[in-house]
Design a protein around this ligand. Sequence first.
Ligand SMILES: [Zn+2]
Length: 315
Amino acid sequence: MAKPFASSADLGEKEQTLEVLADGVYALTAEGDPNVGAIEGEDFLVCFEALATPVAAREWLTRLREHTGKPIRYLVLSHYHAVRVLGASAFGADVIVTHDKTRELIAERGEQDWASEYARMPRLFKEPESIPGLTWPTATFSDTFTIDLGGDRGDLVLAYCGRGHTEGDLVAWLPRHRIMFAGDLVESQAALYTGDAFHREWSAGTLDRVASFGAETLVGGRGAVARGKAGVEAAIAQTRDFLRVMLREVGAAGTLKEAFRNAHRALEPRYGSWPIFEHCLPFNVSRLWDELHGVERPRVWTPERDREVWGELQS
Ligand SMILES: [Zn+2]
């Protein structure tokens, strides 16, 4: 039987859980749907990730407002993917921060990515007509960007760790609490999406840099909050293992179809039951195949190309 396209048949609501990770530090996880967060400054708020639509974002903000009424000064977006950025208008933030490369990627492929992600994951796009257009950052950086939280709250450091899940991912680091928001560079008990990734760099130097912060709590892009040094190390190790198995299997295959079959077979026992595994794998293998055959930058995904790759590999 043909598998339904991507997450198009995944229509069941996920339960959202708001967790207070430390005084004034919040994470909203959702059983494998994209995670979001917020950090209180002395007299302002920093929000991390924006969800797929303003309507979805407003539901998150309603929950956050049970804890704090501070105005939102910064909205930090970990990377350009539509399900994390198109809800931005709901925040009314003074400043929207991304990495330099994220701004370039939005200009280059933001429209196509919006169409692609909408078709892949329609459930995440609550009232899609509420999206006013592409989200544009108003401040970008190449290496680090530090936000002084005021009072004795310390800094929030946004850092680039190298190419990984995309060309321009950032992590948000709270040294005082040793808490990291890692975006999609780390997943915890959720499958990886690598359709726009740089697998070799991500699995090596980029994850090394993420690990070097020594976080004791980590909020990944999807899945549960990783707690304790061992929990954080396990989440990073899982992410690295997923990438290495893909590199090994796709690297050894003679054809794209064989690469998909072998990667699926090798990953399925450990990761097959995790959110979006079946959805992601054809796109992941397609990109890695390109990467290993000299295609430097990920090709742009469109709804048409998505269906083509899905039809070739997954059905
Ligand atoms: Zn992503």
